[in-house]
Every structure is written in C-alpha cells, then in structure tokens.
Write a protein that binds this ligand. Structure first.
Ligand SMILES: C[S@@+](CC[C@H](N)C(=O)[O-])C[C@H]1O[C@@H](n2cnc3c(N)ncnc32)[C@H](O)[C@@H]1O
Length: 319
C-alpha cells in the first residue's frame, strides 16, 4: 500500500482546510473521506456478515449476472472501508482482491477490515482517473457509490478498460439516479430539520445530540455537497461507457420505496443520540427495508420507469 494514511488519528479538518477544498473536489474527497474513515461503517450500517454479503452479491448479480464466478483477480476503485469487494469475496464472487481509494484513511481501514476477515487483499492509494496499476492486470474491476465523486467519469472508465484484461468485466453499483437523488435529498433535509427542531421541545431534549456534534455533522454536510459531483441518467451513463470503449454495456436500477424509507431512517439515526436506538430499532429498519426492496424488485420494477429508482448499476466488458 502506498502512503498509508493515519485514519486512526485523523482529526477534524480545520475551517481553513474545508474552505480551501471547496474549489477542489479531489482534495475535498480526501479530506472528507479521511475524516469519515473510522466511523464510516457505523454511520452507514455496513457489516461483513450475511446482511451485507447478500446485499453486495445481489446488486452485482442484478446487473452482471452470475456467469464467470469466481473472478480470479479483482480491483476495487473508491473502496471506502471495503464494503463491496470484501463482501463479494465472502460471497465467492472474487478470489483475490485489491482495494484502491483516493483517501489514504479509507485504504487503511479497508485493509484492516480485510485482515480481520482473513481475506487475501492488498491495496494502494489511487485516483480512479489515473489508476496506479499496469495495463491488463485484472479480470474484474468493481466500485460502489464512487463514480458520482469522479470529476471525469469517461476518463475513469477508460482507465478501467486499460487495467482490465481483454474480456474482463467492470461492475459499478450504488450510484444515485437524477430523480432518486432529488427525493432522497429532500427527504433527508426534511427529516433533519424536523428531528433537530422537535428535539428542542420540553420532554424530548433527551433525544437531542449535543450541539457540538450537530455542528460537526453540518460541517461534514458542507463538504459532502462539494464531493457529490454527479447524479446519473442510466442511459446517459451507458453512452459514456460505450464512448470510453466498453462493449456489452448494460444498465439496471433498483430501490424505489426502499430508498424512500432508507434515507429518512438514516438521517434520523444520524440526528439522535446513538444509545436511544437499540437493537429493536435496527431490526425494524432492516426488516422494513428488506420488505420494501422485495416489493421494488418483484412488483414495481415491472411497472415503474427505470429512471425513478434510486440506485443505478452498470456493467460492461473490455473488447
Ligand atoms: C461514498 S464513498 C463509497 C465507499 C465504498 N465504495 C462504499 O460503498 O461503502 C466514495 C469513495 O470514493 C472515494 N473517491 C472519491 N473520489 C475518488 C477518486 N477520484 N478516485 C478514487 N476514489 C475516490 C472516496 O474517498 C470514498 O471512499
């Protein structure tokens, strides 16, 4: 791994650093994700058990099918804490894994998670627009919720095709659709506003997080607005991949009612003290999300236009 970061000791960025990063999305990504690295799994309820193993496997299979499993040698871009690649390895989709991210803190946490799981993974700090690996090195390149942070998505996809062997596949999942991002943001803002105001009322103040923590969340949200560069129209993204040189490009979408529930739930969880929400709440949130996901997949995907779903997925092959 190049230049390991120090996520374990990463302090909050100063107001001056945040200000400087406002006009530099890549620097903002490093700052924001280094800052988030140690608390990221908890914030997004990421696990490395059956819950997230089946989630990662199902998202992958939804757009790319199950042919070619296991891929012998796979690279993840924008790995974060390793959620997608490590869970795909546990699902038997990938044998040997390599993680990369522009944030040193994230690569450090992903490698730590891999070690704890006993998985054969190495990693490097790398920008997806200039991937630090040789041509034709991998059978598979994956990414989850990362393309929307990349200034030049077509350049990143050209790089993906460069590091893939002929016939190798790429799979990106968890990207926000244009419509999905609109309703998710609105619901999130409304939930944050309602929760932080209602918890000022007498009798509900126990449910209010300390003001310093709420201020920190607002500072993080300001950087988040800089790092979230794109939302995607599935067919436009498909054309971008074809322009980059990919063949057999397919796009898919999922999560409609599940996203309408999921975004307010996650925002509510972030707005109240953690100890207020125990196992019962987590169980309720997960079961409700599962039930709605099943309605989305089995019913709504047949009658509602693709563009209205929240998650965009894309796959393609190197000629
Ligand atoms: C929303 S997080 C997703 C992390 C992880 N894939 C997941 O799904 O949990 C996006 C990740 O992309 C990384 N990233 C942003 N810009 C990048 C770039 N230009 N090259 C590589 N990684 C980048 C961020 O540092 C961050 O870890």
């Amino acid at each position: 791994m190049n230049e390991p970061g120090h996520a374990s000791t990463q302090s909050h960025p100063s107001a001056a650093e945040v200000e400087a990063a406002r006009d530099d999305p890549k620097q903002a990504n490093i700052l924001y994700h280094d800052w988030e690295a140690n608390t990221y799994d908890e914030k997004w309820s990421i696990s490395y058990d059956e819950r997230c193993v089946s989630y990662a496997r199902d998202r992958f299979a939804h757009v790319a099918g199950t042919g070619g499993w296991p891929y012998r040698n796979a690279l993840e871009l924008g790995c974060g804490t390793g959620f997608f690649l490590l869970n795909l390895m546990q699902a038997g989709v990938i044998e040997k894994g390599h993680v990369t991210d522009i944030s040193p803190g994230m690569v450090e946490v992903a490698l730590r998670n891999a070690k704890q799981l006993g998985l054969d993974v190495d990693g490097r700090v790398s920008d997806a627009e200039t991937i630090g690996y040789d041509d034709a090195s991998f059978d598979l390149v994956v990414g989850h919720a990362m393309l929307h942070h990349i200034p030049d998505v077509e350049q990143a996809l050209r790089e993906v095709l460069r590091v893939l062997r002929p016939g190798g596949r790429f799979v990106f999942c968890g990207e926000p659709s244009k419509v999905g991002d609109f309703y998710a943001r609105k619901l999130g803002q409304l939930t944050w506003w309602a929760t932080t105001n209602l918890t000022k009322l007498p009798g509900l103040t126990d449910w209010r997080r300390p003001q310093a923590e709420l201020d920190e969340s607002s500072a993080a949200a300001a950087l988040e607005a800089v790092v979230d560069i794109h939302t995607f129209d599935p067919q436009q993204l498909r054309r971008t991949a074809i322009r980059a040189g990919a063949m057999d490009v397919e796009v898919a979408t999922d999560e409609l009612t599940a996203a309408l529930l999921g975004w307010p739930v996650r925002t509510f969880e972030a707005a109240v003290p953690k100890e207020k929400l125990g196992w019962g709440w987590a169980n309720f949130a997960y079961r409700s999300w599962r039930a709605l996901s099943s309605v989305d997949t089995n019913v709504l995907s047949h009658i509602v236009p693709k563009e209205l779903f929240y998650n965009v997925e894309i796959t393609g092959v190197k000629p």
